[in-house]
Every structure is written in structure tokens, then in C-alpha cells.
Design a protein around this ligand. Structure first.
Ligand code: RIB
Length: 302
């Protein structure tokens, strides 16, 4: 079965400073470069899915300002249907202040227009049985919940990022939950570090699972692990790549996984998303770092 990827989520302009180290509290660090790049978890996921062969529709909200206009242009260039993206005079386009150093980053998001998304915005998009509906946590959770309630015949993917506690009522409507270790720790209450043992990660993910829900935990350079049905955990190793900028890698994973489902390739979705995310960290920026289909297929053959 094939369908569209419908992404309801954030669109931000990323204000990115490159620096030799990430500043500590109270410290000023001299940067080496500055970029203004398209981002936002929702837009990144939409661009990833579109570049990887899916038909994609975006639902979101931007300000009626220069950043908003540029984000609309980005969607046009990547063939993302932006008819569900509203422009508002009531708030500016969301921004993310990002510092990147040696492949790592820290981010402050000012959501602006993203938090003005309403039920009316998500109710006008048609949802069919084969569609894959994707959301994150940079837009109002209550609106996501009502969107997922409308999408019971479709597949719903919740990327619970940035880390936050999610109401049970939303998890109950989620078919696939995708989190990283930090997000898993926040959601489950478990104590996890970046290098926690796989057994501890699996135990925390199991505690979160609802009947019929699949959980994927992305593990950065260590790959990912999936819990689905009664099957034992399926862990997949990361690809050895040179990390330039990890911003948007998790979004790439989610967009790629959604594209694999929507284009009728569920069996290889985990390996596909894992390879796509590995390519994204080798490039600067979030939306601009999303790979193309041929590149992902080539990496999967190695
Ligand atoms: O996941 C990366 C994204 O988080 C950035 O593009 C930034 O805009 C924030 O939403």
C-alpha cells in the first residue's frame, strides 16, 4: 500500500553559529562562521521524506515575514505541498539559535508562529488509509492529539522531540513512537546516559509501549533499536561516517522512515532511515543536509 506523508509540525529559521567549543553558562566563545538555514523539526522531516521519494504535504504556521517567505520557497523547491501552511500576522516565524562545534550542537527554539497552530489548520487536510501522519512536540500537543484521532485509518508517527512528557491520551493514538535516549529518559522516567547499555534502553522503551505501538530509539553513532509486537528487540548498527553537524539527524531518520512506509517498503524502513540519518550528519545544517534517494540506497549497499 502506498500513500502520502503528512507532516504537521514546526518550521523555523535556524540561526547557526559555528564555534571551536560549545559555550558554558556565562562564557563567551568567539565563533568562526554564521549561517541562516531552513529548519524546524517538521520542515526537516518533510524535506527528508520528499527527497527520499514520498509525496509530502506539510501542515504548519509561519509569520508573514522574510523568514516565513523563505521557508515557503524551500518547500516549493523540494516539492513539499505547502497549501496547509498558514501565514499569520499574529506572531513571527519560529527561530532556532544553534551553536555547532565538532559535530555536536546546542539549540534554543523560540517557537513564534508554530505555537499558533490550531485544530482548523490540521482539519482541512485529507487523510487516507495508506497515508503516514507525522508530528513532533514543537507545535501544540492538543492539536496533534486531535489530528492523530482523525488519522486512525492511517499510520501515525510521533517523534517526541524536544524531550517532554507526553499525555497518555496522545501515546494511545500513536502507532510508532521515535525518540532518542534523552527523550526516552524524559518520557519513561528512567536514568539513561548517551552511552547507556542497550539492555537498559530496551527496558525503558518496553515500559513506554502500549499494545500495538512500535517504539524506535535512535542511538546516534550507535544506530537504533526497534521494539515491535512480540518480536525480540531489533538493533541496527550505525554507519561509520565523519560527523560535521548532527543538527536534524533525528529528523532525517523520522522523515526517511515515514517515506519508506508511505512508498510501500516497510521491511527495509529501519535500515533505510539509519542510512539516511548517517548521511545527514556529514553535512551542514538541518533541512539542507537531507540526502537524496540514490545516496541512501548506495550507502545501504556498503
Ligand atoms: O531537530 C533540529 C531542529 O530542531 C532544528 O532545525 C531547529 O529548528 C529545531 O527545531
Amino acid at each position: 500500500m502506498s500513500g502520502r506523508v503528512i507532516v504537521a509540525g514546526s518550521l523555523n529559521m535556524d540561526l547557526v553559529a559555528e564555534a571551536p567549543s560549545l559555550p558554558r553558562a556565562g562564557e563567551t566563545v568567539m565563533g568562526t562562521a554564521f549561517h541562516t538555514l531552513p529548519g524546524g523539526k517538521g520542515l526537516n522531516q518533510a524535506v527528508a521524506a520528499a527527497r527520499l521519494g514520498a509525496e509530502v504535504a506539510m501542515i504548519g504556521c509561519v509569520g508573514r515575514d522574510a523568514f516565513g517567505a523563505r521557508l515557503l520557497d524551500v518547500m516549493r523547491a523540494d516539492r513539499v505541498d505547502a497549501s496547509g501552511v498558514r501565514q499569520t500576522d499574529d506572531a513571527p516565524t519560529g527561530i532556532a539559535q544553534i551553536v555547532v562545534s565538532a559535530g555536536e550542537n546546542c539549540i534554543v527554539v523560540v517557537p513564534g508562529a508554530n505555537m499558533t497552530l490550531t485544530d482548523a489548520d490540521v482539519s482541512s487536510t485529507r487523510i487516507d488509509g495508506g497515508d503516514v501522519v507525522v508530528a513532533q512536540l514543537e507545535t501544540p500537543i492538543a492539536v496533534t492529539e486531535r489530528l492523530f484521532a482523525r488519522a486512525r485509518d492511517a499510520t501515525t508517527i510521533l517523534n517526541a522531540a524536544p524531550a517532554a512528557v507526553v499525555p497518555d491520551s496522545l501515546l494511545a493514538l500513536t502507532d510508532l513512537l521515535v525518540v532518542n535516549e534523552t527523550e526516552l529518559a524524559t518520557l519513561s522516567g528512567a536514568t539513561l546516559r548517551d552511552d547507556s547499555a542497550l539492555a537498559d534502553i530496551v527496558a525503558a522503551a518496553r515500559a513506554l509501549r502500549r499494545p500495538a505501538m512500535t517504539v524506535i530509539v535512535t542511538l546516534g553513532r550507535r544506530g537504533a533499536v526497534m521494539l515491535a509486537g512480540d518480536a525480540p528487540p531489533h538493533a541496527i548498527d550505525g554507519h561509520a561516517v565523519e560527523a560535521i553537524d548532527s543538527t536534524g539527524a533525528g529528523d532525517c531518520f523520522v522523515g526517511a522512515y515515514a517515506a519508506a512506509l508511505a512508498t510501500g517498503r516497510p521491511g527495509s524502513a529501519l535500515a533505510f532511515a539509519n542510512a539516511a540519518a548517517a548521511l545527514a550528519v556529514t553535512r551542514r545544517g538541518a533541512a539542507p543536509s537531507m540526502p537524496r534517494l540514490a545516496e541512501v540506497e548506495a550507502l545501504m549497499l556498503i
